[in-house]
Write a protein that binds this ligand. Structure first.
Ligand SMILES: [Zn+2]
Length: 255
């Protein structure tokens, strides 16, 4: 089992803060109903075996941010995805999206290194049979820097982080906020409350999950907790769309 990498240090904290305010590219929107996007990062097989059927049972599709360097590996999240999982997800109408190949910390890499890594990822996923164009990207660990935001903006429609938030009226497409379906009881409660808040105050909520298993990591959740979050989304009356389709609906740009 690989020990998880934890990004940190004062430089990271500083870069994380200024990245919120610089290199922004805002879309503005006026919503009369809420939109929720459910995403999975990296991703472990349990995100497919537990996550995809739970979404499909409600007629929903998810967004899977894949790091091809994890293919067939075992990490702290458990066994990671393989080519069959990608095929199964595409057949099921889910979005395959881009992470970096080796899950690098983008705040500590040059633009050239990040681009080389994500291009490696795109090539690898294509070789594994992925047919769709990858139009959504998530920063591993949510870490980025203003120069990285600018360098990636022309390559993807959206770039997602992990800072919690709900987009209401506007969104920085170069750093979308997202709420984790993780963190034990307190974290799950936060995700449920975020979904419930949409019923009276529409917005675009992006959620992200990792492993879904009986004994989850702190970045994962149990199948029961995942269901509780989906039930809260259901109750809110939100429309559930992939990140790609939600962005298209909100920005008016074609996918
Ligand atoms: Zn990740």
């Amino acid at each position: 089992m690989n020990a998880p990498y934890i990004p940190g240090g004062w430089q990271s904290r500083f870069t994380r803060q200024i990245s919120r305010f610089l290199a922004r590219d805002e879309i503005q929107f006026d919503l009369d109903h809420a939109i929720v996007s459910i995403s999975f990062d990296d991703f472990p097989k349990s995100a497919v075996s537990e996550g995809a059927p739970a979404l499909e049972a409600r007629g929903w599709s998810g967004t899977y941010y894949a790091s091809a360097g994890y293919l067939g590996q075992t990490t702290h999240h458990g066994t990671m995805f393989d080519a069959e999982d990608l095929q199964r997800l595409e057949l099921g109408g889910h979005e395959i999206a881009c992470h970096t190949y080796e899950h690098l910390d983008c705040a500590k890499a040059s633009s050239a290194e990040v681009i080389s890594s994500l291009e490696h990822n795109e090539r690898a996923l294509k070789e594994l049979g992925v047919k769709q164009t990858l139009s959504s990207f998530a920063y591993p660990y949510g870490e980025t820097a203003p120069a990285i935001k600018t360098a990636l903006a022309s390559r993807f429609q959206t770039l997602r982080g992990v800072r919690p938030g709900i987009m209401r009226g506007r969104a920085d497409r170069n750093l979308l906020p997202a709420v984790g379906i993780d963190g034990g009881d307190a974290g799950i409660q936060r995700a449920i409350e975020a979904a419930e808040s949409l019923a009276h105050h529409p917005g675009w909520l992006v959620l992200y999950a990792h492993d879904i298993q009986a004994e989850p990591t702190e970045w994962g959740c149990t199948p029961h907790d995942f269901e509780r979050v989906l039930a809260a989304i259901d109750r809110s009356g939100a429309q559930v769309l992939t990140v790609r389709d939600a962005y298209a609906a909100l920005s008016g740009e074609p996918t």
